[in-house]
Design a protein around this ligand. Structure first.
Ligand SMILES: Nc1ncnc2c1ncn2[C@@H]1O[C@H](COP(=O)(O)OP(=O)(O)O)[C@@H](O)[C@H]1O
Ligand SMILES: [Mg+2]
Length: 256
């Protein structure tokens, strides 16, 4: 039987540059998996392939037993796989809650005629979850960078995902904000308020540079280097792996 989420031999080239080269790994339903690697290793390119934003040159992506390799991004969201992005691009002039509701514009959440009522409740719940519900009616332009990252998470969780791919959720956050987002990711994964469609919270694949923070919340780590999988293992195994330490020259201590 196929794994919950299975990436098999995925490659992506940009002209003469192979950004992702023959990458294979799995994410199980109950896991949080970290995806790490030096700058330019191909992490963002890979995640964009997995979300249907980029078309891989070869390889296969299976989600809940279905081949989604050729599906469009909105078809993939509809199936329960959603991403958050390294560079956040909200509709700055729209109210914060509208930014979250736009993310729900898929049949997964909306039924004909009920769209506004249902999604407003959903969006408000999501904003409460990340702690910015009191600002719901303000335009997104008033949010600090840290709060924009929280809006990004709210937009994703309002679609009721079963798997979330997070690209640098701690990027540009100060230690207190990082701690806050890390805690909500962990809380979300454990289920609870956002487990309405599913008894458990979403599985997660998290790209992050802040390794000491990431290592605290993941079950397993996949390391990319020059577009290829360099190593896979538990945070403890990865932090002792000499190939990984070499790839991160100057960063010998992975867990601070
Ligand atoms: N749209 C693109 N066109 C050409 N090259 C790209 C494009 N996106 C990424 N790359 C290149 O692919 C490689 C991997 O980039 P990226 O996936 O952003 O790495 P990471 O997220 O691990 O830092 C880099 O060499 C980058 O310059
Ligand atoms: Mg990146």
């Amino acid at each position: 039987m196929a794994a919950f989420f299975e990436v098999e031999h995925v490659s992506k080239r940009f002209g003469g540059l192979t950004a992702v080269n023959d990458v294979s790994f799995q994410v199980n339903r109950d896991e949080i998996v970290g995806l790490i690697g030096p700058n330019g290793a191909g992490k963002t390119t890979l995640i964009r392939c997995l979300l249907g934003i980029l078309k891989p040159d070869s390889g296969k992506i299976t989600f809940k037993g279905e081949d989604i390799t050729k599906r469009r991004p909105w078809e993939i969201v509809q199936r329960g796989l959603v991403g958050t992005f390294q560079v956040v691009k909200p509709f700055r002039h729209l109210p914060i809650i509208a930014n979250v509701m736009v993310g729900c514009l898929c049949p997964r959440i909306s039924k004909k005629g009920e769209w506004v009522k249902r999604t407003e409740v959903k969006a408000r719940d999501a904003l409460e979850f990340v702690g910015i519900a009191d600002l719901a009616l303000e335009p997104a332009s008033i949010l600090s960078h840290g709060d924009l990252k929280r809006l990004e998470v709210a937009r994703a969780i309002a679609t009721d995902p079963e798997l979330m791919l997070l690209d640098e959720p701690f990027g540009g956050l100060n230690p207190a904000e990082t701690e806050l987002v890390a805690r909500s990711i962990k809380r979300l994964h454990k289920g609870g308020r956002f487990g309405r469609l599913h008894s458990e919270g979403p599985a997660m694949l998290i790209i992050e540079h802040k390794l000491s923070e990431l290592m605290k919340i993941v079950d397993r780590v996949v390391v990319l280097n020059f577009g290829e999988v360099l190593a896979m293992g538990t945070p403890e195994e990865i932090s002792k792996n000499s190939k990984v330490i070499e790839a991160y020259t100057g960063k010998e201590v992975l867990i601070a």
